[in-house]
Design a binder for this molecule. Structure first.
Ligand code: SDX
Length: 390
């Protein structure tokens, strides 16, 4: 911070985490998981394989991938009495993201052994459980919030197809996912799996550094992600596009943003001062989805917003570009997800990043997070008795 001398050198070591998981170059718009470019993973990998890569640090061979897939499948179920105790407490119109945050914390009551965070074998069981159970919990939150019955996992399906089945299945014997939509969602899950020291992941690392229960730590991460400046932006983008209503209204909306009357949601980033590489892939994925679902008319407004903003000095001078949230909601809406589920769809894959960072800090035997501050308050002064205060 220019001009302010940092009196405590530990400030910098405490404030900065060293990590081998994800590499970001904000100026260059580069994102790599364990050294692999996000573009290659999005094109050639699957979410479950990427989750293995994040957790283990290497791509799996065929046997390792099969074992991993089987382990995840074994843990997709939610105990019936967990659902009775957890879901029955919610009134029908509860917001699914709020339900997910508390549901993830509630899982801690089911796995008390999870608190032994120093045992690698115990850690691994919780990592698998969280990756496996959050989609089931998320689908259950949606189904319950719209008054529909719970759908059990169908482990004959892939990870992402299984989630779609738990979301949309209405008749026996099984849900038949559209392969194009299932692949598109799997790509979006890959893009959202991790993103270095973002707000939600830092919450996971901070709470995890206190050796708190990992389900509680993940719930804290999801709580941070729910913020509209963070993962909650994808829901706000759709509301923004709907409120603009027509491409002819875009110039007036941009003028309001420049006048400080609100933000262009889905634009800007704490790190990327270039086009978010994930946003490019989301935009390409949208074309494949709209081939199946029909074009989302709000896309025209989004494209116009991007065109006007990227040629306007206000946004150029501030290095504001579309981020991962700008186009993702258009795909989710075209797939039939309610707006309230958009941030839940961000949280599901991000669990892989959260648990990987949690595992890393415990393997590093990291100290409890305790960043120092730059004190800018009053100097020392003596107490003034009440009767002497004016
Ligand atoms: C995610 O960290 C991560 O990695 C997060 C994430 C992940 O994968 O985990 O990538 C996911 O959170 C993406 C971001 C989603 N949020 C949004 O889309 C909400 C809209 N964006 C803004 O709220 C904002 O851009 C932030 C919060 C993302 C970043 O805020 P900053 O750090 O304040 O942005 P900045 O310092 O770069 O701002 C510089 C200027 C400021 O104006 P001035 O004070 O210089 O006049 O740009 C302005 C800001 O007010 N600005 C915006 C803007 N974002 C910043 N103006 C209008 N619209 C915006 N979206």
């Amino acid at each position: 911070i220019p001009g302010i001398w940092i009196s405590d050198p530990s400030f910098m070591t405490t404030a900065l985490a060293s990590s081998a998981i994800t590499y970001l170059d904000g100026e260059g718009g580069v994102l790599r998981y364990r050294g692999y470019p996000i573009e290659q993973l999005a094109e050639r990998s699957s979410y479950l394989e990427v989750a293995y890569l994040l957790v283990h640090g290497e791509l799996p061979d065929a046997a390792q991938l099969q074992t991993w897939t089987d382990e995840i499948r074994m843990h997709t179920y939610l105990h019936d009495n967990f659902r009775k105790r957890f879901l029955d407490g919610f009134h029908y119109d509860a917001h699914p993201m709020g339900m997910l945050v508390s549901g993830m914390a509630a899982l801690s009551t089911f796995y008390p052994e999870a608190k032994d965070v120093t045992d690698p074998a115990v850690r691994r069981r919780q990592i698998i459980r969280m990756i496996a159970k959050v989609p089931t919990l998320a689908a259950a939150c949606h189904r319950y919030s719209v008054g529909m019955p719970f759908v059990y996992p169908d482990n004959s399906l892939s990870f992402t197809e299984n989630f779609l089945s738990m979301m949309w299945k209405v008749a026996e014997p099984r849900y038949e996912p559209d392969p194009v939509l299932a692949r598109a969602l799997d790509v979006l899950f890959i893009l959202h799996a991790d993103h270095e020291q973002n707000c939600g992941t830092l919450a996971m690392r901070t709470v995890g550094s206190a050796h708190a229960d990992p389900y509680i730590a993940a719930s804290a991460a999801a709580a941070a992600l729910s913020g509209p400046l963070h993962g909650g932006a994808n829901e706000q983008v759709l509301r923004m596009l709907a409120s603009i209503g027509h491409v002819d209204n875009v110039p007036a909306f941009i003028a309001d943003v420049k006048a400080g009357k609100g933000k262009l949601m889905g634009f800007g980033h704490r790190v990327y001062k270039n086009y978010d590489p994930r946003a490019k892939i989301v935009k390409q994925t949208a074309d494949a989805v709209f081939e199946v679902t029909g074009r989302n008319p709000l896309l025209d407004i989004a494209l116009k917003l991007e065109e006007v903003a990227l040629s306007d000095e206000y946004f150029i001078s501030r290095k504001l570009y579309p981020n991962v949230d700008f186009y993702s909601g258009l795909i989710y809406q075209a797939m039939g997800f309610p707006t309230e589920m958009f941030t839940v769809l961000f949280a599901i894959p991000r669990v892989a990043g959260w648990v990987t960072h949690w595992q890393e800090l415990l393997e590093q035997d990291a100290k409890i997070y305790r960043p120092r501050q730059l004190y800018v308050g009053r100097e020392s002064r003596d107490y003034v008795p009440l009767e002497q205060r004016s």
